[in-house]
Design a protein around this ligand. Structure first.
Ligand SMILES: *Cc1c(COP(=O)(O)O)cnc(C)c1O
Length: 397
């Protein structure tokens, strides 16, 4: 099997050589004076990706899940109420984490394939006259279903009900790939990680924390030690770390930010839209359906695709891995066996996406799916060649 085949899972994502090399550094002393010069600019520049001026960027050596835990433990107290909608595996897991911390979780059950229900949030917040709800939790991009939620609409609903709750957003599989506006959307804590849009190895949770969340920290009573914002901020203030930092990831992050800014965040988002659209055209060409219920919910980083009745999506993902050495995302939770996922985020080109579509198409043909060989690839090719950005067009001329 060739390790040059890209992965089409929605994280961890393909690591460009430039970033693999950037992470390849010998041990350095994080207490030496030059660590400040490496680390402080990374924290400052990450704010641009969150689109925030007001918030503080805080990182932990952890996967994204640790970022959820840090958000909750630093700002809430046992018995506090949080309001969450469940519409996929990741919103479900965030609910589970809150429950295990002894929070009172008010859950709005939604169909998998739908997004955050701003209207239901507004009703729940308006009914909460005593302001027991301390935070509203939203998964911006539900990676299990390929659904992007409208965070601005949730903020508008919170404002309409004049409720003082904080807004926490999981943007692990959207930050650095799809438009995210922490300040404009009034997000109090945004949680992300190193291994998706930042195209790095797994191991760094990356959070944006608003002044309001920092104020809540002063009275919050849940226990935290490793994930204590205060220890981290105190050390970060002089450019340091309260324990051993993931140095290689910090070097990687520095280079990843450079890459994102060189391309331009707007261009990065446009590239993700265009590649996602090519995948959606292919799905349509195959005669299959997305799990996402309507176009405004379509994620530009991952597509979850129902297999036809009578087929098992796990057989498809296993077969494609064994026959062609390529990984696609399995169906998670309720979608297990029913849908497979194509991750299309991070370091990705037209050519890479076409190779993935062609490969999974072969897999479906091998398993006698009612899908014509070429039907999806042709639709994607048509779209891609007719939507080339100016830079690619002129290079080809
Ligand atoms: C990947 C992901 C996470 C974090 O998962 P880890 O494996 O802990 O990094 C959280 N939320 C969403 C939506 C994700 O896609």
């Amino acid at each position: 099997m060739s390790d040059q085949n890209p992965v089409f899972i929605p994280g961890p994502t393909n690591i460009p050589d430039r970033l693999r090399l950037a992470m390849q550094v010998q041990t350095r002393d994080h207490r030496a004076p030059d660590f400040v010069e490496t680390f402080a600019p990374v924290l400052e520049d990450t704010k641009k990706v969150f689109a925030t001026k007001d918030s503080t960027v805080i990182t932990f050596p952890s996967s994204g899940t640790g970022g959820w835990e840090a958000a909750v433990c630093n700002t809430l107290s046992p018995g506090d109420t949080v309001l969450v909608a469940r519409y996929g595996m990741f919103s479900h897991r965030w609910i589970d984490l809150c429950q295990r911390h002894g929070l009172d979780v008010q859950i709005i059950e939604c169909a998998w394939g739908s997004g955050a229900p701003a209207d239901k949030f507004e009703a729940a917040l308006s009914a909460d006259k005593a302001h027991k709800i301390k935070a509203v939790l939203v998964t911006h991009n539900e990676t299990a279903t390929g659904v992007k939620s409208d965070v601005a609409a949730v903020r508008a609903a919170m404002n309409a009900s004049s409720h003082p709750a904080m807004l926490f957003v999981d943007c692990v599989s959207s930050l650095g790939s799809m438009d995210f506006r922490m300040d404009d959307w009034g997000v109090d804590i945004a949680v992300s990680g190193s291994q998706k849009g930042f195209m790095l190895a797994t191991g760094m949770a990356i959070l944006g924390v608003s002044p309001k969340a920092l104020a809540a920290m002063e009275t919050a009573k849940l226990h935290r030690t490793f994930f204590d914002f205060r220890d981290m901020m105190k050390a970060n203030a002089s450019g340091g770390f309260p324990y051993t930092p993931p140095l290689q990831l910090i070097y990687g992050m520095r280079e990843s930010l450079k890459m994102l800014f060189e391309e331009g965040l707007e261009n990065v988002y446009a590239r993700h839209f265009r590649l996602a659209e090519a995948v959606r055209r292919a799905v349509d060409g195959w005669g299959l359906s997305l799990v996402a219920q309507s176009p405004e919910l379509y994620s530009d980083t991952v597509s979850a695709i129902y297999v036809p009745e009578g087929f098992d999506s796990n057989t498809l993902t296993d077969h494609v891995f064994e026959a062609y050495g390529v990984s696609f995302g399995v169906g998670l939770g309720e979608m297990n066996g029913k849908a497979f996922r194509i991750g299309h985020l991070g370091s990705l080109t037209d050519t890479m996406v076409l190779s993935g579509l062609a490969t999974v198409e072969m897999g479906m043909a091998d398993l006698n799916y009612p899908v014509a060989l070429g039907s999806g690839v042709t639709a994607a090719q048509d779209y891609l060649r007719n939507s080339r950005p100016a830079a690619i067009k002129s290079a080809a001329a």
